[in-house]
Ligand binder design. Sequence first.
Ligand code: NAI
Length: 491
Amino acid sequence: TRNGLDFAVADLGAAEFGRKEIRLAEHEMPGLMALRREHAEAYPLRGARISGSLHMTVQTAVLIETLVALGAEVRWASCNIFSTQDHAAAAVVVGPHGTPEEPRGVPVFAWKGETLSEYWWCTERMLTWQGEGPTGSDDRTPRSGPNMILDDGGDATMLVHKGAEFERAGVVPTPETDDPEEYKVFLELLRNSLEADRSRWTRIGEGVKGVTEETTTGVLRLYQLAAQGELLFPAINVNDSVTKSKFDNRYGIRHSLIDGINRGTDVLMGGKVAVVCGYGDVGKGAADSLAGQGARVIVTEIDPICALQAQMDGYQVKTLESALPEADIVITTTGNKDVVMVEQMARMKHQTIVGNIGHFDNELDMAGLARYPGIRRENIKPQVDEWIFPDGHSILVLSEGRLLNLGNATGHPSFVMSNSFSNQVIAQVELFTKNAEYDREVYRLPKKLDEHVARIHVQALGGELTKLTKEQAEYIDVDVVGPYKPDHYRY
Ligand code: NAI
């Protein structure tokens, strides 16, 4: 704690560099800056206590400061152990008007290279609100939790839900021996927290008005909770705004996948064979990215529609098994588990680059790799490991199988994140200010708002939109001012 602010970041001394990069990013994030102007006097998030779990990057710093500009109080953690940019985290804590000695920003709990237990500690701190609301605000009630969650991948939401579930059942969580390490560490934190307070997560669940979720994997978890009738509060699926998944997941990956491979390995991709597992939004961006470097791309898919799309885009579709002998680079983008197993890694060519860009590391059989008889791990540099098999051949694994674009590089660039984060801000305002209109379900933002986000970015790039005439609008049965497509349209 410094200057009344609790936080845990690597080095506040990096704040000045962080602030410079935030300033440059603001210009590249016209959507967020437009939202600041639009709401300049209304402070729609006044009274909101937002706990955020999302990669603590420069772009996220601009998101956080937009939420603050709209009146919110915010606490933040990263949703991945490797994704924090330490200078961005420091700058957010210091704030635009503070100094490292007298920070005046937002409590952030994140640094690059957390251990799993540190990760869950950060998530727990981010959800812990103490004291009273700020002097001068309407909210002077003592509080122990957030009233809004902003999530990426659903870990914060899961902590609250699992905690409340154990409290209802009155049992103490005990890990099974074959539980994944990640889950064991999570249960450990939960057990300690339940021993200290038996109703904490239930109270937090009751206090939260809603969650806005950033990514495909987190959204899947929310729909599962809603289907079981277990969702504790309303949720907005930000991922499936068109201006999110069709841009960030695709064009963001097109930029940041090769950025991660380059920074991690500096291997020339041209002429190599790259296998992309999954051809959804992320897979499409990944294939495009690798093909752009001159790699020959092979796609694996389970869904014939996506497989056919890959073929139409000029890629070969194969199973991983039959692509393995040729592969120089293997990238998973599925959001599924067990996509590349250790037996397959053992059969790869010498120094094949293996990486995952889907949300969780279980796409790659990292546990199996670590247990492989006679395997040796040689760390080359942070987030790059050579795993040497007993026969002497090796593979290069990026970011220990976690999102390599954020682990080995700096994630997606500002402009594309401006689209995603504009949807986040709009969703936070929507759930916070119109809470009574939402049940414990998962919602998407109306298309009009999606079009609004797109329009800002089209204009920022100097695009000229054609205006419909009244007659044309009637002919195609839409309103002159939109929305321009029915909800079932797929883009
Ligand atoms: P999506 O659902 O559009 O695509 C996933 C594709 O993988 C689907 O087409 C599915 O049929 C295919 N698939 C599933 N199991 C497979 C298997 N065993 N083998 C081959 N293909 C398989 O999802 P989206 O939006 O592309 O997201 C994918 C993952 O990436 C999610 O975990 C998401 O959270 C994450 N993500 C990561 C980002 C990053 O910055 N690294 C950015 C956005 C999303």
